[in-house]
Design a protein around this ligand. Structure first.
Ligand code: BES
Ligand code: MN
Length: 455
């Protein structure tokens, strides 16, 4: 069954690529209200696409952006896999750093350049094309398939967790398959068994009723930009450790065995520099780069602004200063507890004469996946047959919030097998997805679904 489908996919590679190009051309940026119509257009396009392939599909409302749901349940007795993806994308700004426009996909050097090409349209499209190839080549699927593609992943939406709870019966399955991450490299797959959670907030430090003359009042009032700098400087030490009291209290410790397994992944300071463009690798010296990536929590400033930032000078003391903070959490940490601890520490660090307030406060827990289920072997075997080597097992630093909901509501293993590359520049200008990654993703998916039917 898989050979015929693989042949079919190879024979139709141009059409498969074309469909992905059409999909990534839709600017479904969930963070930006002006793109709401595009978000809906992406959902409708995908629903229709799934219907054309032969899945029974529909667009389903949530409290926010709709969910696209499709299924093929014609194999009674066979396992059921739930495939998950997200059709929303990160904002593409700053536009001037893109070599080709983010929503006018261009193929250069064998890669598709577009926002969402890797994260996540190209990756769930690989699964969809695998379904198409199997259906066209053999007239059926080897297992029952459900697919859910959401539109609020990139904004940490709160509607999907609710949707999953309300539609637990519809989503019931034997395992969940998610491709929303990366390979180690094109010849080495990874299976992710843990994802970090997130606690986030925006901080406002206010010192004045309005911006004032910096000469007339300078020396007699607090400057909120200085105050916020002092606050931020008090959150971490020079080595990158978070100094918020109790921050590390609940962190899951690594066993010697797990440390040894993580140490096998050849990812260190050189790879950090190569993949991020950092001037230097930097982090808590008590842990390795691999451990810091997925097994340790972080606190980062995502944005910081105050006063006048336009051309030339402006002699003011700004009224307010702002920053956005996110903490990445590891298993056993409670997002609300972290929020409370960080806020308490910020209030303590605030100098006299300023008022601190918080908004957009959210949290989501980390995930840890028990990989003892035999269904993981189907994924590992499919990955090895496709990429030439057995997978590494990794703790990922990024977050896919719904994984925790799937684990708690569906109580089934979630298999995270990424189809992208670490150098794909997700969330950055010039995001790309190599055509080879797309085609190998289709092959891996065909092999996984076929292998699953033998479990
Ligand atoms: N695909 C990423 C998660 C990811 C990143 C997996 C890197 C593997 C490697 C996902 O789309 C993402 O970016 N998630 C957000 C979630 C957040 C907005 C709640 C993230 O991690 O920032
Ligand atoms: Mn993302």
């Amino acid at each position: 069954m898989s050979d015929e489908a693989l042949q079919y996919a190879r024979a139709h590679r141009d059409a498969y690529l074309d469909d992905l190009l059409k999909y990534v051309a839709i600017p479904s940026v969930s963070a930006q209200p002006e793109h709401k119509p595009d978000v809906l257009r992406a959902a409708n396009w995908l629903t229709q696409h799934l219907n054309e392939i032969g899945l029974d599909s529909r667009i389903m409302p949530t409290g926010g952006n709709p969910v696209v749901y499709g299924e093929w349940m014609k194999k009674p007795g066979a396992p059921t896999v739930l495939i998950y993806g997200h059709y929303d994308v990160q904002p593409a700004e700053p536009f001037d750093l893109w070599k080709s426009p983010p929503f006018a996909p261009e193929i250069r050097d064998g890669a598709i350049y577009a926002r969402g090409a890797d994260d996540n349209k190209g990756q769930h499209m690989a699964h969809i094309k695998a379904l198409d190839a199997l259906l066209r080549a053999t007239g059926e699927l080897p297992v029952n398939v459900k697919i859910i593609v959401e539109g609020e992943e990139e904004i940490g939406g709160t509607n999907l967790p609710l949707f999953v709870r309300e539609h637990a019966a519809m989503l019931a399955c034997d395992c969940v398959m998610i491709s929303d991450g990366s390979l180690f490299d094109i010849s080495r797959p990874t299976i992710t068994y843990g994802l970090r959670g997130l606690s986030q907030m925006e901080v406002t430090v206010k010192a004045l009723a309005r911006d004032v003359h910096s000469g007339h009042f300078g020396g007699n009032v607090q400057n909120p930009a200085v105050a916020i700098a002092q606050i931020i400087a008090g959150l971490k030490d020079a080595q990158g450790r978070v100094v918020v009291p109790s921050f590390y209290d609940d962190v899951r410790p690594l066993s010697t065995d797990e440390r040894a397994e993580i140490a096998q992944v050849p990812w260190g300071p050189a790879e950090v520099i190569n993949e991020s463009g950092a001037l230097q690798a930097f982090g808590d010296p008590d842990f390795t780069a691999n451990e810091r990536k997925g097994a340790r929590p972080t606190l980062e400033i995502n944005g910081l602004w105050s006063g006048y930032t336009g051309p030339g000078g402006k002699t003011i003391i700004p009224a307010e200063a702002h920053c956005k903070i996110t903490c990445r959490l590891v298993p056993y940490m409670d997002p609300q507890k972290v929020i409370d601890a960080v806020q308490a520490h910020i209030r303590k660090l605030a100098p006299p004469g300023v008022e601190v307030s918080f908004k957009d406060v959210h949290g989501g827990i980390a995930s840890l996946i028990d990989r003892s289920s035999p269904l993981f072997q189907a994924a590992a075997a499919a990955a090895e047959a496709t990429y030439g080597n057995p997978p590494y097992y990794e703790l990922e630093g990024g977050s896919i919030p719904v994984v925790a909901d799937f684990l708690s509501v569906l109580q089934k293993p979630v298999i995270l097998l990424g189809f992208g590359l670490p150098t794909d520049a997700i969330h950055s200008p010039n995001e790309k997805y190599s055509v080879e990654c797309y085609e190998k993703g289709i092959e891996a998916s065909v092999r996984f679904l076929t292998g699953l039917s033998q479990k």
